[in-house]
Design a protein around this ligand. Structure first.
Ligand code: 5CA
Length: 429
């Protein structure tokens, strides 16, 4: 992609209403624009990251044996009256009437819809277990939408729903998701601590939130100092040990019953990027989702639901990966892998060489953003630093003469000179 043609509306200053760094950087880097409180349009750069995050989530759900579906965002109130949540959900649910005066709503979550699908389609225990997921826009009329995409009113969620014959099965599904979540966040380079949590409006008996530690996080969290020594990226990460260690959000934390001695208890703030729930037969009972069991009797199925905040993750990734110049994308979610900077667009040799390298990189399957604008080197460097592509390839008149380009690592700031061929080998691996 050529930057001169790319839709990238950069801002020089941080808008005054953006309080946290991820919100400021997303606006400055032209990733999103607000349409209305908590409702955002995703522009090309932001959309590219959102898609990459979504794809990692999708691949890990598939690996965990889940199947993708897509449910409607507009739902009939009737279904929620059946589950008993229609009144209870309160003002966070956006409600309206269709032309026939039938009460409808914009889905804040999909337990009811998926349970309805299940009860219409599955009859026998032989068809269990099932685990269905979707990646879908949700609407919650949050009282205080803030921090950009972190707490939006419209936001993208991955939500799955598991169906099992009995508690043992449901527990297996829960553990399977627990593990899939750790893998998903790991692929994004994030350390997300699983914490015992309150199950809130979803309900249920067992629930974990996955929290990324960050001073700007909205949740107050308490955890065993032992978490600080755990390498979440190790291949042999001991999940059972993780589960035994104490970590809880403030709703669950009870200082008088906390098993961790004060000197080992850490206290901080976290960004909740995922939340998993086991709630047994709460919805299946209310909606009549049963199967015929092995002995011929009807069995109410056991359920769990599992959410990941896909759009929130884009903000969380920036909170965890930035410096005073801008964003630093981990390679796994970067919108482009390499940013090409042509230091002198007016110089024919420079321009020919940069265009040639751009074509060769793309042919080798490397995604590139080529800054071909007629701007000063300072402006080009600042732009690349701001949008945070993992690598920069810098082509200038002096280097062209010497037969070298500069390769800069955005995270370390390290710059290495190499021949164009060595550079191509470096990225075409
Ligand atoms: N049905 C369950 C799980 S499928 C559910 O709705 N869980 S949730 O309410 O915890 O939401 C799942 C995830 O969505 C949260 O962990 C969070 O990462 C994200 N999320 C929730 N509310 C918002 C919001 N207002 N803006 C952005 N992301 C949100």
């Amino acid at each position: 992609m050529r930057l001169s043609a790319y839709f990238l509306p950069l801002l020089k200053e941080s808008p005054a209403d953006a309080q946290i760094v991820s919100h400021q950087l997303m606006l400055r880097a032209g990733m999103v624009r607000q349409l209305s409180a908590g409702i955002y349009s995703w522009l090309p750069l932001g959309h590219a990251v959102l898609r990459r995050v979504e794809q990692i989530v999708r691949e890990e759900m598939e690996r965990a044996g889940c199947q993708e579906i897509l449910m409607p965002s507009v739902q009939p109130a009737e279904l929620w009256q059946e589950s008993g949540r229609y009144e209870a959900y309160g003002k966070e649910m956006l409600r309206f009437l269709d032309r026939h005066e039938r009460p409808m709503l914009l889905g804040p979550t999909h337990e009811e819809v998926v349970t309805d699908i299940f009860r219409r389609c599955i009859r026998s225990y032989r068809d269990l277990p099932q685990n269905l997921y979707q990646i879908q826009w949700k609407f919650r009329d949050e009282i205080r939408p803030r921090f950009g995409v972190m707490r939006g009113r419209e936001f993208l969620m991955k939500d799955n729903y598991s169906f099992d014959l009995d508690f043992e099965g449901a527990k297996r599904s829960y553990d399977n998701m627990f593990q899939a979540y750790l893998r998903t966040f790991k692929r994004m380079g994030l350390t997300a601590i699983p914490m015992r949590a309150d199950s809130g409006a979803i309900g249920g008996d067992m629930s974990h939130e996955f929290q990324i530690l960050a001073p700007t996080g909205e949740s107050e969290v308490f955890f065993d100092a032992a978490f600080e020594e755990i390498d979440f990226f190790a291949d042999d990460l001991d999940i059972e040990r993780l589960k035994e260690l104490y970590a809880a959000t403030d709703e669950q934390h009870d200082p008088s019953a906390c098993p961790v001695p004060a000197e080992r208890l850490r206290h901080g703030r976290g960004i909740e990027v995922g939340h998993i729930f086991y709630f047994g037969t709460k919805y299946s009972k209310a909606l009549g989702a049963t199967v015929t069991g092995p002995d011929g009797d009807d069995v109410i199925v056991e359920m769990g639901s599992y959410g990941i905040g896909v759009s929130r993750l884009v903000g969380a990734l920036i909170e965890a990966n930035h410096d005073d110049k801008g964003i630093i994308w981990p390679e796994s979610v970067a919108p482009f892998r390499v940013g090409l900077i042509n230091l002198r667009a007016s110089d024919e040799t420079c321009t020919a060489m940069t265009s040639d390298l751009d074509a060769k990189l793309r042919r080798a399957g490397v995604s590139t953003l080529y800054d071909d604008r007629n701007e000063s080197p300072g402006v080009k460097f600042a732009t690349m630093e701001l949008i945070g592509l993992p690598y920069q390839v810098i082509v200038g008149p002096r280097g062209v003469k010497a037969g070298v380009v500069e390769v800069k690592d955005r995270r370390t700031g390290e710059t290495v000179e190499m021949s164009p061929d060595a550079m191509l080998d470096r990225f075409a691996r």
